[in-house]
Structures are given as structure tokens and as C-alpha cells.
Design a protein around this ligand. Structure first.
Ligand SMILES: [Zn+2]
Length: 226
């Protein structure tokens, strides 16, 4: 696989005017790639989540990166073949466990002290608010984040909900609502160069019957003295 990577980047490098090219996989937590360029030399560090990508995906990706390097056109790094592959079951099966291992602030458990995020998901399903998302995993955070109460990796289908909401003092609908928000992002999928919280998103968010009370709770928790 590394041989494929080097071959792809070197041969496309020649076509793009770079005759000294190095490329290696790097264990970044999030999907990203970096490069250092000097004259006709360039050294790439490519997210190792691309291990297992086929030749075509690697070629399209390399072409996109060379496009960025030479500043040609507004192309982003996400080619259609890359987006398709990243949305595949194979991609998630390979990379989700690696991503979870690199996520230090996750308990890797949907059971909290008080609430179970899997139950919250089933409740959202029963209410018809979310579609089935069998690959998604739900985790409480280790730290009690007060402002960033939920986040997700759309790519890895991993959702995190702050353990500050896993408390007898906080009603169950608050963590359910935060989970709902993150699941909407996962349903939207990869949307490079598009706003995440557009009007349509906000409208769907407000389909949750307790959205107003939940927002109120989240505001109070964020401003509560420690
Ligand atoms: Zn969001």
C-alpha cells in the first residue's frame, strides 16, 4: 500500500513538474494531509486513513493535492471518487476503530453513569426523527465539556456527547437533543465547502419536541460558575 502511494505521487509529480517526490502515510487523528515544497521537490504526509484506498482514489487525490500546490483552479481535495470511498462501509470498518483509539476524550461507551446514548438513539428512531445509522457509535466524553457539549466525525461516524449532561440533575431529553443534532450532521454526510448549520439544518433541529427547553439547559450549563 505504501508502495502504491509512493508510485502514485511520484508519477503524478513528474506530470506536474516535481521530479523529487516523497510520500508517506502519517497517523493524524483527523483526516488531513500536509506537504513541504522546495523548488521541484515535495514531501507529502498523507492521512493513513487512506490506506486501503484503491489506485483510482489515490490518483484523484494526488491530482487534487498537486492542483492545490500549483494553485490551479478552486478544486478542493475531495474528488468524487474520494467522497464515494469515504462514504463506503469498507472505509468506516477499517478506520473507525483506529479513529476511536486516537480519540483520547471518549469513554468508548454509550452507557453513562445515568443515561445510555443507545437508548436515546432508539428513542429518536421511534419518534421518526432520525434514520437508521447502524455504523454510528455513540460515546460520552471523559471530560465534562461545558460549551462543546457534542461533536461528531461525519467521516468516521463517531458521535461524542459531553458527560456534563450525564447527570441526574439534567433531564434525559437534553443529551437526546445533543445526540439528535450530531446525528443530523451524520445524515447530511460529507459536505465540503458548505455551511453545516444552514437554515434547513436549523429547521430540522427544531423538529425535536424539546428543542427549546434543551437549548435553555445548554445555555444555563455553559454559563454556570464552575
Ligand atoms: Zn453542529
Amino acid at each position: 500500500m505504501t508502495a502504491d502511494l509512493i508510485y502514485t505521487f511520484q508519477s503524478l509529480g513528474l506530470a506536474n513538474g516535481y521530479d523529487d517526490v516523497e510520500a508517506e502515510f502519517a497517523p493524524f487523528k483527523e483526516f488531513k494531509s500536509t506537504w513541504k515544497r522546495s523548488g521541484h521537490s515535495v514531501r507529502f504526509q498523507i492521512s493513513d486513513y487512506l490506506r486501503g484506498a484503491d489506485r483510482r482514489v489515490l490518483e484523484d487525490f494526488a491530482n487534487s493535492l498537486y492542483g492545490c500546490l500549483t494553485g490551479e483552479g478552486p478544486r478542493g481535495i475531495y474528488s468524487d471518487s474520494l467522497i464515494t470511498w469515504m462514504g463506503s462501509k469498507d472505509f468506516v470498518n477499517r478506520n473507525q476503530p483506529i479513529y476511536l483509539k486516537r480519540s483520547r476524550n471518549l469513554t468508548l461507551d454509550h452507557h453513562g453513569q445515568v443515561y445510555d446514548l443507545q437508548d436515546a438513539y432508539l428513542s429518536l428512531r421511534e419518534q421518526g426523527l432520525v434514520r437508521a445509522c447502524p455504523d454510528a457509535v455513540f460515546n460520552w466524553t471523559v471530560r465534562e465539556n461545558r460549551r462543546r457539549v457534542g461533536y461528531c466525525s461525519v467521516l468516521m461516524k463517531v458521535v461524542a456527547v459531553s458527560s456534563i449532561l450525564d447527570s441526574v440533575d439534567v433531564p434525559s431529553y437534553v443529551s437526546e437533543y445533543v445526540l439528535y443534532h450530531e446525528l443530523l450532521h451524520i445524515e447530511d454526510g460529507m459536505r465540503p465547502n458548505r455551511r453545516h448549520h444552514d437554515k434547513n439544518f436549523r429547521n430540522r433541529e427544531r423538529l425535536h419536541p424539546r428543542w427549546r427547553e434543551s437549548e435553555e439547559w445548554l445555555r444555563r450549563l455553559a454559563s454556570r460558575p464552575v
